[in-house]
Design a protein around this ligand. Structure first.
Ligand SMILES: Nc1ncnc2c1ncn2[C@@H]1O[C@H](COP(=O)(O)OP(=O)(O)OP(=O)(O)O)[C@@H](O)[C@H]1O
Ligand SMILES: [Mg+2]
Length: 374
């Protein structure tokens, strides 16, 4: 495997584009599955498409692979236009959720398949199959049939089959969703290690936010055929730019609020009669008027009941989580009447306790009310 590209330059600092998607759109019999998308995937980065079922993740992946033709728009891989190039000529490795191995072939034959169709010599094929099986830790399984392997092992074969052709881009569509939790975590670590060691440009599809947060250099959060935000896991988690992203990734507390005035990134708001100034991080401040205030649980602070400037609330439920407890509070100022906070397990409060919720000075966002139906 060539690993010269390697990891000397951290992915977030690379500017070289491996895949460029320019206004690519796809509809199926009149229904739009993917609105026009513009996206530059950097060389060597691990980019995740994250979003709920039906948002267009697989459609976008299949357009990159060439299994689907775009209605309009253009696609470049390594700067060459590939919109009209068939899948097998795009030099792309693909792993699906269902392993899609050939049942009548051995592991080695499965892995060798892409080299046979590319007319690679027998000696080189053998060497590359051996090398790739070692990479996925299946050296000793070369002669087995897929049905003699566990789910995790079958998925490693699928990964080896995609890697052996030395793809320009690796595409993975929910590759671990059929595996149980422990195996899934182990496979995530292994894939990430292989990917960063090879410096391989990777597009990974999942609807699992924790998988996306833990594996990605960047995440593109999608809903209804659109990319709603793209950024590093930290940016997506700490600075969601719209309500959809704030609630789809991580836990969100949302309050109905009125934006009174702004000064730079600071905003004066009224939440159920409590007035506070807070600094927001968002790119665009909404117009004064009715807004949604977004605050992560860890940014809210618990105070004693009745403290000035805090929101009155009552403990409704305390959920023990080992290292901490989740306190679910009834709070009439909250959008759905509930606020969630985390406290050290030893500080959990009994149900019925009256408390105050102090909003943070910074690290919150205000979202406009319109377009919130997603
Ligand atoms: N071949 C097809 N014919 C008609 N409609 C399709 C086809 N493929 C996808 N769609 C529709 O396009 C939309 C996007 O589908 P897509 O498979 O890309 O979603 P997804 O994000 O991968 O969802 P999931 O997480 O469930 O796999 C959906 O509404 C889906 O029903
Ligand atoms: Mg899908």
């Amino acid at each position: 495997m060539s690993s010269e590209i390697a990891t000397a330059v951290p992915p977030e600092q690379r500017t070289d584009t491996a895949v460029q998607i320019d206004g690519v759109r796809k509809s199926f019999s009149g229904t739009v599955a993917l609105e026009p998308v513009w996206l530059k995937i950097r060389r060597g980065e691990f980019l995740t498409l994250l979003g709920p079922s039906g948002c267009g993740k697989t459609t976008l992946l299949n357009l990159i692979a060439g299994f689907l033709d775009a209605d309009k728009g253009e696609l470049f891989i390594d700067r060459s236009l590939v919109t009209q190039v068939p899948p097998h000529k795009r030099e792309i490795g693909i792993v699906f959720q269902n392993y899609a191995l050939f049942p009548h072939m051995s592991v080695a034959q499965n892995v060798a398949y892409g080299l046979r169709t590319r007319r690679v010599s027998k000696a080189e094929t053998e060497a590359r199959v051996r090398e790739t099986l070692a990479l996925v830790k299946l050296e000793d399984f070369a002669d087995r049939r897929p049905r003699q392997l566990s789910g995790g092992q079958q998925q490693r074969v699928a990964l080896a089959r995609a890697l052996v052709i030395r793809p320009r881009v690796l595409l993975l569509d929910e590759p671990f969703s059929a595996l149980d939790r422990n195996l899934r975590t182990a496979m995530q670590v292994e894939l990430k290690e292989i990917q960063s060691c090879l410096g391989l440009t990777t597009v990974f599809v999942t609807h699992d936010q924790s998988e996306a947060l833990s594996m990605s250099d960047r995440i593109a959060v999608m809903s209804r055929g659109r990319i709603r935000q793209i950024g590093s896991p930290g940016e997506i988690y700490d600075r969601p730019q719209n309500r959809f992203v704030s609630t789809f990734v991580g836990d969100a507390n949302l309050f109905d609020a009125t934006l009174l005035e702004t000064s730079g990134d600071a905003a004066s708001i009224d939440v159920a009669g409590t007035r506070v100034w807070l600094r927001t991080y968002q790119d665009e401040m909404p117009e004064p008027g009715a807004v949604t205030l977004f605050v992560r649980p860890e940014k809210c602070r618990l105070t004693r009941a009745g403290q000035a400037g805090t929101l009155p609330a009552t403990v409704a439920l305390s959920v023990y989580q080992g290292s901490h407890a989740e306190l679910h509070l009834d709070c009439s100022a909250a959008r759905d009447g509930r606020v969630m906070l985390r406290v050290p397990a030893s500080e959990a409060l009994p149900v019925g306790t009256a408390v105050g919720i102090a909003l943070p000075d910074a690290g919150a966002a205000l979202y406009a009310m319109e377009g919130e139906t997603e």
